[in-house]
Design a protein around this ligand. Structure first.
Ligand code: ADP
Ligand code: MG
Length: 381
């Protein structure tokens, strides 16, 4: 068993707070991705687990043992860096063997382990070369081989793919996932790339400003974003967010809502749970993902606007619609015949309309969740 348990971790550099009150359970064998924008504290958190930084407050437990006071080499975790950090004067063999040499492992065992690990990473033919004679991808493989050779309790990877070109990054991503699945070693993988986070993580921890925003599976992070930060950080293009005041109207009929810049008008007949915190006049941030908006007839439009931009990307077309000042990005399948400046009508299903509190920015729920009579959604789908 080697879970990692972080309990109320804080870290400050002088007056600069890098992490505040981080509590997180990383399960045995799990691939946990830490994702967030540059400067949000990802490396600091990873380095704290590794023992390369001392935390200001809180406990770090590896395998249920408190490790705050253990030196890095006694924590039995292996770190992989973006910069690879290989020894330039050593061969690939010697680089991979390095952690075993440091623990005075017998020579025949070193040879056997290096051969095994090199084979598993496709490095057998490169063992005599030096790092400068390798491609970026091969260097990263050597760094990974060096990390796994000691069979550590956990891998800590800090943006290990950021220096690779896009195509190689996708390949290495798959390789690391396969390797992790085979070895079943608890892994914390840091990235600023939300696509990498979504594709790789068993679970994802989203960080911003040194604080945890949300912990969840990729599905939960995508479909139940805890707040507007997570909603706009994950997904490309990001979720459309519109600040507006909720108004109840009665002239539209049961299944029709209208959107005006700054105002979301919902029919009283819809029966939203007023007592659940959606009173008339409440300020909300409403979010709809580009792929959840669809074209419709003017008569059933939630949003009416004018096409501002059409971007054809092959498998899909992105259409930017202007509704007054408010911009809505719509993702449509395939190639669409849509002209700039043409009027356009949009709608979305209630379960895909996210309501966030305008002050706390926390998710209140989807429009569907607030509906008292769910079967009336029919007309909008
Ligand atoms: P990330 O890896 O998410 O980009 P970091 O963990 O490197 O973020 O940094 C988090 C914050 O802590 C940043 O504001 C950064 O400037 C600050 N920081 C990191 N290391 C140091 C340091 N050694 N001294 C002072 N401030 C630091
Ligand atoms: Mg970093």
């Amino acid at each position: 068993m080697s879970s990692i348990h972080l309990s109320d971790i804080s870290k400050a550099y002088g007056t600069q707070v890098a992490l505040s009150n981080i509590s997180l359970e990383i399960r045995d064998g799990e691939l946990m991705v830490l994702v967030g924008p540059s400067g949000c504290g990802k490396s600091t958190l990873l380095r704290s687990i590794a023992g390369l930084e001392d935390v200001t407050a809180g406990d770090i437990l590896i395998d249920e043992q408190r490790v705050n006071d253990l030196a890095p080499h006694r924590r039995n975790v292996a770190m992989v860096f973006q910069s690879y950090a290989l020894y330039p004067n050593l061969t690939v063999f010697e680089n991979i063997a390095f952690p075993l040499r440091a623990t005075r492992t017998p020579r025949h065992e070193v040879n056997q382990r290096v051969d095994e690990v090199a084979y598993s990473l496709g490095l057998t033919d490169y063992l005599k070369r030096r790092p400068r004679e390798l491609s970026g991808g091969q260097r990263q493989r050597v760094a990974i081989a060096r990390a796994i050779i000691r069979s550590p309790q956990a891998f800590l990877m800090d943006e290990p793919l950021s220096n690779l070109d896009a195509k190689l990054r996708v390949r290495m991503r798959a390789e690391i996932m396969r390797l992790q699945r085979t070895l079943q070693t608890t892994t914390v993988f840091v990235t600023h790339d939300q696509v990498e986070a979504m594709t790789m993580g068993d679970r994802i921890t989203v960080l911003n400003g040194g604080q945890i925003q949300q912990v969840g599976t990729p599905y939960e992070i995508y479909h139940r974003p805890a707040n507007t930060f997570v909603a706009s950080f994950v997904g490309a293009p990001p979720m459309n967010l519109a600040t507006c005041t909720l108004r109840y109207g009665s002239q539209f009929g049961r299944t029709h809502i209208e959107w005006h810049p700054g105002q979301l008008v919902v029919p009283r007949e819809l029966g939203l749970e007023l007592q659940d915190g959606l009173p008339d006049g409440r300020d909300l941030v409403v979010g709809i993902r580009p792929e959840d908006l669809r074209l419709c007839d003017e008569s059933e439009a939630m949003i009416q606007g004018v096409v501002d931009l059409v971007e054809y990307l092959g498998s899909e077309t992105l259409v930017t619609v202007l509704q007054g000042e408010q911009e809505w990005v719509v993702k449509l399948a395939g190639k669409q015949v849509i002209a700039v400046n043409q009027p356009i009508a949009l709608t979305a299903a209630f379960e895909n309309i996210y309501l966030f509190d305008a002050v706390s920015q926390q998710l209140a729920g989807t429009l569907a969740q607030f509906q008292r009579i769910p079967e009336t959604v029919g007309g909008l789908k």
